[in-house]
Design a protein around this ligand. Structure first.
Ligand code: CA
Length: 574
C-alpha cells in the first residue's frame, strides 16, 4: 500500500474519532435538528426548533412511536430533558439514574444507577434535569453532589468527580452546560446554608479549571490559583452571614457565543429570615454573567435584593435579538419578567408576568431596583413587643414556589414571543429565629402555599418581551411544572401534571393536539429529525417540589399518580 493511501485511510479512521460530539457541533446545536446536544436545544436555551414537518395543519395526527419505562420501584418526579445523538437517546431519571435508548425502537441499550448514600438532602424531590454530551461521553450530576461521565456506547464510567459534601446539604440536579470546551456546573442546596458557585471543568477528565463563588467574600480559583474574591467582603452581608449565604446555582446556566458569557441564576440567600442579613446579599437572587475563559463576573443583575420570600433567581436567562441588540429574557420566580442587555447587563424592560405581585409594586427601570412594599416583608421575630419566636405573618404573592420555577420557557424568533409556564399562587409566610448547623435546614421561616384562583393555578402564557402583553394563555387546573418547546411549524408543546402532552398554535394558543402519557409531565419536551421524520419526545412522571412543599396546593394534586417513562411521537405514514 502506498503511503498516500495509508494516510487517507488514517484520516478516514480519524474522522471516526472526530465524529464524536465537538464544540462546533454544540455551538450549532440550535440549527442542526438531527440531534439534541444540550439542555435548551442550543446553549442559548431558546427551545426553538427550525423543524416544520410537524405543523399546525397536521399535528392533530401525531401518534406515539414508542414508550420506555424507567422501571424499578424508584419513581417520583421526572424533570429530565432527553438528549439525542447518532441514533441514541440519553435520558436521566429520578434517584440519579441515566438510560441510553435506541431512538428508533425505544429499546434500552444500557442504564447506569448511581449508588446513593443514606443521608442525601435534596430539598425538592429526587429529580434530575438532564445530561450533557461531549466527545464520546455523556455527563450528569447526582443527588450526592458528584459528576459522572460515562461512555456513550457502553455506559461504562470514564471519570467521576465530587462537587462537594452531600452531608453539608450539597446535591446536584441540573443538566450540565458545555461551552467553549468547558463543562459548566453549579450546586444545589440553598435551603442548607451552602455557598453557591459556578465551576468549569475539562469535560474529558473532570479536572477543575475554575470556580466562581456567588456569595460576596469568597475566593474564586483559576487553574489552582487564587483568582480574586467575589465582590467585596461584607459590602452587602453583615458579620459572618456571607459564610453560609446560599445563592445556589441549582438550575444550571445558558451560554451565548455572541457575548462569550455564561449566564447563571442564583438562588435565595440563606437563611430565609431576611432580618438577620440586612443588605442586598449579593449575588443571591440574581442573574450573573461570567466570562467563560477567565471565570470572572462581567455583570450581574439582582432581581430580589435582600430576598425574604425564597425568590430564587435561578430561572434561565434566554438570549435573543431585540431592536438589533443581543438581549436576554428571564421570567423570575419573583413574578417579574426582565429584559436585560446580554453584553453589558443593563435592565431594558421589566413587567409582571403573573396577576399578583405583592412584595413589589413595579421595577424602577432607571435604578433597576424593585419598588418594595415594606409591609409585605415577613416580620422580624426578634422585633420589640414580639414573643421572640414568631415574627408577623404576611400573605405574599407569588408564593415561594414562584411565578415560574424550574420549568424552562421557550422563545420563538418567528413569532417573537416567549412561551412561559406560569403559576398563580400566594403564601402565608412568617419568620422564626434560626442558627446555622451543618446539614440542617437553614430557613428560619414557616409558610403555607395557597391557590389564588378557583379554576386554575397554571397558565401557559405567550408574552411579548417588548410590551409585556400576553398574546394568549391556556389555563391549567394544576400548577404547570414542565417546560416548553416551540417550533418553526408554529407550534408550542408543553406537558401538564394531569398527564397530557399538548400542542397549540404558537400564534393563537388554540390547542390542536393532546396525548395522555399516564403520569404527570413535569419535564420539557424536545424535537429532532431522523431521515424525513420529525420526532417529539417527553418524559412523564409526576413529582417535584409541589407535592412536597405545596401546602394547600398539594392537597389539590394528591390524586395524581407517579410514574417514570419516556414517550416518543411522530406523524403516521400518509
Ligand atoms: Ca430556595
Amino acid at each position: 500500500m502506498n503511503r498516500k493511501l495509508l494516510g487517507l485511510l488514517m484520516v478516514a479512521a480519524g474522522t471516526q474519532v472526530s465524529a464524536q460530539v465537538t464544540d462546533a457541533m454544540i455551538a450549532g446545536d440550535a440549527t442542526h435538528p438531527e440531534s439534541v446536544l444540550s439542555w435548551g436545544l442550543g446553549t442559548q436555551g431558546q427551545r426553538f426548533s427550525p423543524l416544520t414537518t410537524i405543523n399546525t395543519s397536521n399535528v392533530s395526527k401525531l401518534a406515539p412511536v414508542w414508550s420506555m419505562s424507567f422501571g424499578g420501584e424508584k419513581q417520583r418526579g421526572q424533570e429530565s430533558q432527553p438528549l439525542v445523538y447518532k441514533g441514541k437517546m440519553f435520558v436521566t431519571a429520578s434517584y440519579s439514574r441515566i438510560f441510553a435508548i435506541d431512538v428508533k425502537t425505544g429499546e434500552k441499550l444500557w442504564k447506569y444507577e448511581h449508588r446513593l448514600p443514606e443521608g442525601i438532602m435534596p430539598c425538592c424531590d429526587v429529580v434530575n434535569r438532564g445530561a450533557a454530551l461531549y466527545d464520546n461521553l455523556v455527563i450528569f450530576g447526582t443527588l450526592d453532589a458528584q459528576l459522572v461521565a460515562l461512555d456513550q456506547n457502553t455506559g461504562k464510567v470514564v471519570w467521576r468527580e465530587k462537587i462537594d459534601d452531600y452531608s453539608a446539604g450539597y446535591s446536584y440536579t441540573a443538566a450540565p452546560l458545555i461551552a467553549e470546551g468547558l463543562l459548566l456546573t453549579g450546586v444545589s442546596g440553598g435551603e442548607f446554608g451552602v455557598v453557591g458557585r459556578v465551576e468549569a471543568r475539562d469535560p474529558k477528565t473532570g479536572k477543575l479549571v475554575w470556580s466562581r463563588p456567588m456569595v460576596e467574600g469568597h475566593m474564586g480559583y483559576l487553574n489552582g490559583k487564587e483568582n480574586g474574591i467575589t465582590g467585596t467582603t461584607n459590602a452587602s452581608w453583615p458579620g459572618e452571614t456571607w459564610k453560609t449565604g446560599g445563592a445556589a446555582t441549582w438550575l444550571g446556566g445558558t451560554y451565548d457565543a455572541k457575548t462569550g458569557l455564561a449566564y447563571f441564576g442564583t438562588g435565595n440567600p440563606g437563611p430565609w429570615n431576611s432580618h438577620v442579613r440586612k443588605g442586598d446579599n449579593l449575588y443571591s437572587a440574581s442573574t450573573v454573567a461570567i466570562d467563560v475563559k477567565t471565570g470572572k463576573i462581567v455583570w450581574h443583575y439582582q432581581g430580589t435584593p435582600n430576598d425574604a420570600w425564597d425568590f430564587d433567581g435561578v430561572n434561565e436567562f434566554v438570549t435573543f435579538d431585540m431592536d438589533g441588540k443581543r438581549v436576554g429574557g428571564k421570567a423570575d420566580r419573583n413574578g417579574f419578567f426582565y429584559v436585560i442587555d446580554a453584553t453589558a447587563g443593563k435592565l431594558l424592560n421589566a413587567f409582571p408576568f403573573v396577576k399578583k405581585t405583592t412584595w413589589a409594586t413595579s421595577i424602577d427601570l432607571k435604578t433597576g431596583r424593585p419598588n418594595f412594599d415594606p409591609a409585605n416583608r415577613p416580620g422580624d421575630p426578634s422585633a420589640e413587643g414580639g414573643d421572640g419566636k414568631k415574627g408577623a405573618s404576611v400573605f405574599a404573592a407569588p408564593g415561594f414556589l414562584g411565578g415560574k420555577n424550574q420549568m424552562p420557557m421557550a422563545y420563538s424568533p418567528k413569532t417573537k414571543l416567549f412561551y412561559v409556564p406560569t403559576n398563580e399562587w400566594g403564601m402565608e409566610i412568617w419568620n422564626e429565629p434560626i442558627s446555622y448547623k451543618k446539614g440542617g435546614a437553614y430557613l428560619g421561616a414557616g409558610f403555607t402555599i395557597k391557590p389564588l384562583f378557583e379554576d386554575h393555578i397554571g397558565s401557559l402564557r405567550a408574552i411579548d418581551p417588548k410590551t409585556g402583553n400576553v398574546a394568549w394563555e391556556v389555563k391549567n387546573s394544576a400548577p404547570l411544572w414542565g417546560g416548553v418547546l416551540t417550533t418553526a411549524g408554529d407550534l408550542v408543546f408543553w406537558g401538564t401534571p394531569e398527564g397530557y402532552l399538548k400542542a397549540a398554535d404558537a400564534k393563537t394558543g388554540k390547542v390542536l393536539w393532546q396525548f395522555q402519557t399516564g403520569s404527570g409531565v413535569v419535564a420539557p419536551p424536545i424535537t429532532w429529525k431522523d431521515g424525513n421524520d420529525q420526532y417529539v419526545s417527553v418524559v412523564s412522571g409526576w413529582g417535584g417540589a409541589v407535592p412536597l412543599w405545596g401546602g394547600e396546593v398539594a392537597k389539590k394534586v394528591n390524586f395524581l399518580e407517579q410514574g417514570g417513562s419516556v414517550w416518543t411521537f411522530k406523524l403516521p405514514k400518509s
